[in-house]
Write a protein that binds this ligand. Sequence first.
Ligand code: S3P
Length: 426
Amino acid sequence: MEFKRVKSIKGELTVPGDKSISHRSIMLGSLAKGTTEVTGFLQGADCLSTISCFRKMGVDISNRGDGTVAISGKGMRGLVAPKDTLDVGNSGTTTRLMSGILAAQPFESRVNGDASIQKRPMKRIMTPLAMMGADIRSELGNDCAPLIIKGMDLKGISYLSPVASAQVKSAILFAGLYAEGQTSVTEPALSRNHTELMLEEFGVDIKTEDKTVTISPAKELLARKINVPGDISSATYFMVAAAITPNSCVTVKNVGINPTRDGIIRVMQMMGADISVENTSETGEPTADITVRSSGLKGCVIGGDIIPTLIDEIPAIAVLACFADGETVIKDAEELKVKESNRIDVMVSNLKSMGADIEATEDGMIINGGRELHGAYIDSKLDHRIAMSFAVAAMNADGKTDIDGFECVDISYPEFYEDLNRLVEG
Ligand code: S3P
């Protein structure tokens, strides 16, 4: 896909539903008794992979394609053995969260996905699930998918997680639904808590104290209505575009601003962006309308506990930092190396080819803002967040930029190109 400099970006939009919440709605809806109705469901390829996996386990899921999904839950013991491999596509969230459920089912399953999934680390869930008594192994012995999971009787554990990962935490909590006794997970920093909030909504006894979450086994989950807010990770591209493109103003409506996900707002404030958060609603997952206007920006240091709250936004923040005065340091973000691509290397090499002053570090990157960017050939590595970040960079660069593999935006934001184009002037 080809991109060029634009004059400004203006207007209002809603972005598609939150990816994390959409996945969880299918999983918990499938395990509940009765019909769970979901609105605002993300029709991205990752969430469709979750639907197809649970359909393979006998769950009747009707997806109207307009964000409305009805899941006829089978109850906690109602899933049936899939006839063949559960295909997770590109989705790490499906792989890891579903593994926690499969670890307790009365059947064996095989979980596999695309080339990127087959390189992503699974030891981080295999270790705690095995401690709970699960029989989970990597088919090739390399701690990656394909995974073979044989359901077992599980027992609760207290797990000290070496990584702040909501995927690891959620896999353990889902297994904990079936375990004997309580299960608790302590993280080095708090990761997104959508699983905890949704489990509570489904009637599960779950408590969070500081960085430890404790769950009691459940007898039954109660089907519910779930309203998925707009994904702040998808809103980020418009927020950053509005901040760095001259004479711009964009309002993204109904965005999820859960405090475990709102790091991008806090970072933009730190960098001096003109950002306002209005019409906040506090019921369930909090939401707001976010407006960003173009402004001067200054570099900052981003590290520590804020990292898990903006982990998926770092590619876009790297672009933002190229347009800020002074140095931006992103640290404590080594998790970026094991996302859909190695996001440190891919951002640094692609931004360098656009003329940015950026260096990779062990756990992040250092960017000296203020250099004019120019168009370049960008290899997205089929990573959706890389492709969208460079669309935003290219709109503020001289000449033309070709983004290879741009169609991968389908993973989390199928309408991204159309939505962006609608707001672009000139
Ligand atoms: C997700 C958690 C994050 C995030 C991913 C979605 C989730 O991964 O990067 O896009 O839905 O739980 P980690 O928790 O492994 O960092």
